[in-house]
Design a protein around this ligand. Structure first.
Ligand code: ADP
Length: 528
């Protein structure tokens, strides 16, 4: 090989900040806050305040490689931590406040964090867990009194250092639905490449005219990298803090001219419901990216038909930074006509993106054909896929790089991937598999249904059979017969749930249906 003769400038997160401050300095960042008025500044301001925070961190004794934890919502102060902490070579552990206390404590201790920054709304939580935190020596509230006073007198410039792009930048824990949460340590290189890929037209397709409002949490896999993709593309950023209810989101969309937003399906169920009830319309919104759980077809359809908003489904996980695939159109699909194209896109998790390789493996370990039919274990590989969990001895990925996602999927000739289930959620009925996600998708379209959850429960004859748990919209008069009538023409007969029950559907810390809890609660429903 002849060595290339180009520069080897490392990919640094601080490079995004420096670029945005220079190229899009006056582009706004608008942030809601907890018990404080809305805050406005711009990328130049983010540059100045991140510099002040970097000096503060140094003054507090934070060294390269040290871990710092945040317990915070989507605000500009949290965004400053996103740049200043990795910027000085330290690692930001974004704790998930929706985990149980013990799990939050576990992740902070496991991260061996020295400083904990927290929003005012977590003051009681922090007070409760503080005695159990073994490595934290400084607690700082992200408030006008504490945080602002700390950074106020520091210089507004900072000589952001260059170092190995493979250094750790963010420490994100999986939600630990099975066992202890596992830490995924994102490198600068992974975050920057992932952010560049996210901005591409084949993915989110941002321009400098976009106004991006992340409703995915900054503490959950860096809100899909939006805090980095948006500044790279010069888009305005709108941060909603913890206000994810329909009225609050709508107010921000209208007043700030939001063109692009994203979050888990539960948020959009609430928002669509609110729009329907109030008769309001999101005037500027063009695209909404939805992922984390399967997007019900009815949701994508409602956004398009009622409000002219395009839905982009994404699939990903904490272990993939998190973007894996994004559902965006291609000429080949467009040639089939709008309806066929919508169908293809709405019923799949997304399309192969440059940077993430996909492989579906059947049980004998061979690669499944890309025929849209053959399902198997979904494996991924690439520069923003986990190699090894934090503080574990063995690699999580195989020697050849493939990482088993725990999902079951198909791939088709157009490069579209469809998740049929998680390995642990698949329903095994008489030796055949039933996709809980497909059933949920169909049931979610039944009028009156807010959330549809399907779990396999033990059955005396068939080993397992599907049970459909419905959480209805408030005041909706939907009953079991309505649901079964709705399903009948839309699914194969043997998939018909053995029972339909009405109950609140429990969600996990990352907004997914908590199947473990449901399975346990209804375990004997078909046997007793
Ligand atoms: P958790 O810690 O809850 O597992 P992650 O966000 O890492 O949090 O979860 C990743 C998992 O979420 C994926 O492996 C997949 O099962 C599920 N998931 C994410 N996006 C989608 C989607 N669009 N459709 C179906 N499942 C999805």
């Amino acid at each position: 090989m002849t060595p290339g003769l180009m520069q080897t400038t490392p990919l640094m997160i601080s490079g995004i900040l420096t670029y945005a401050a220079q190229a899009h300095g006056a582009r706004e960042i608008v942030s809601k806050l907890i018990d404080e008025p809305i805050h406005r500044y711009d990328y130049a301001g983010l540059g100045r305040r991140s510099a002040q925070l970097a000096h503060t961190l140094e003054r507090l004794g934070v060294k390269p490689g040290d871990r710092v934890t945040s317990l915070a919502w989507n605000t500009h102060r949290h965004l400053e931590l996103f740049y200043a902490v990795p910027g000085i070579g330290a690692v930001l552990h974004t704790a998930n406040p929706r985990l149980f206390d013990e799990q939050i404590v576990y992740t902070i201790n496991h991260a061996e964090s020295s400083i904990l920054f927290f929003d005012r709304s977590f003051a009681t939580l922090v007070e409760r867990i503080a005695p159990q935190l073994t490595t934290v020596r400084t607690l700082i509230m992200l408030s006008a009194e504490d945080y602002e006073t700390l950074i106020a007198r520091e210089p507004e410039t900072y000589p952001w250092p260059s170092f190995d792009e493979n250094a750790g930048a963010f420490l994100c824990y999986t939600s630990g639905t099975t066992g202890d949460p596992k830490g995924v340590l994102y490198s600068h290189r992974a975050v920057v490449l992932h952010a560049m890929a996210g901005g591409l037209n084949s993915a989110f397709g941002f321009t400098a005219f976009d106004v991006v409002m992340p409703c995915s949490s900054l503490y959950h896999a860096t809100a899909w990298g939006l805090p980095f993709s948006a500044p790279i593309c010069g888009a305005k950023l709108v941060l909603p803090a913890d206000r994810m209810d329909g009225a609050s989101l709508h107010e921000l969309i209208q007043s700030e001219g939001v063109t692009f937003t994203g979050g888990v399906p539960t948020i959009w169920t609430m928002y669509l419901d609110w729009l329907e009830k109030t008769g309001q319309r999101p005037d500027t919104l063009k695209r909404v990216v939805i992922g984390g759980s399967a997007v019900p077809r009815a949701m994508a359809e409602a956004f398009k038909r009622l409000y002219g908003v395009q839905t982009l489904q994404i699939w990903g996980m904490t272990e993939t930074c998190p973007i894996g695939v994004v559902a965006t159109p291609t000429p080949a699909l467009a040639a089939l006509g709008e309806e066929a194209m919508d169908e293809a896109i709405w019923t799949r998790q997304g399309r192969l993106q440059f940077g993430i390789e996909l492989r579906v493996e059947t049980e004998d370990g061979t690669e499944a054909p890309w025929d849209g039919e053959t399902s198997g274990a979904l494996l991924v590989r690439g520069p923003w896929v986990v190699r090894r969990y934090f503080r574990k001895d063995a690699d999580a990925a195989r020697a050849d790089g493939w990482f088993d996602t725990g999902d079951i999927a198909t791939l088709d000739a157009n490069g579209f991937m469809r998740i049929t289930d998680r390995q642990k959620d698949v329903i095994k009925s008489g030796g055949e598999w039933i996709s809980s996600i497909d059933l949920e998708n169909v049931a979610a379209g039944c009028p009156g249904v807010k959330i549809a959850a399907v779990v396999g429960v033990p059955h005396p004859k068939w080993e397992e059979r599907p049970l459909l748990v419905i959480e209805a919209h408030e005041g909706a008069a939907v009953c079991k017969a309505d649901v079964l009538d709705y399903l009948a023409p839309r699914i194969v007969k043997w998939w018909t749930p053995d029972d339909v029950v009405f109950a609140a559907v429990p969600l996990t810390a990352t907004g997914k249906i908590d199947k473990k809890v449901l399975r346990e609660a209804w375990r004997t429903h078909l046997t007793s």
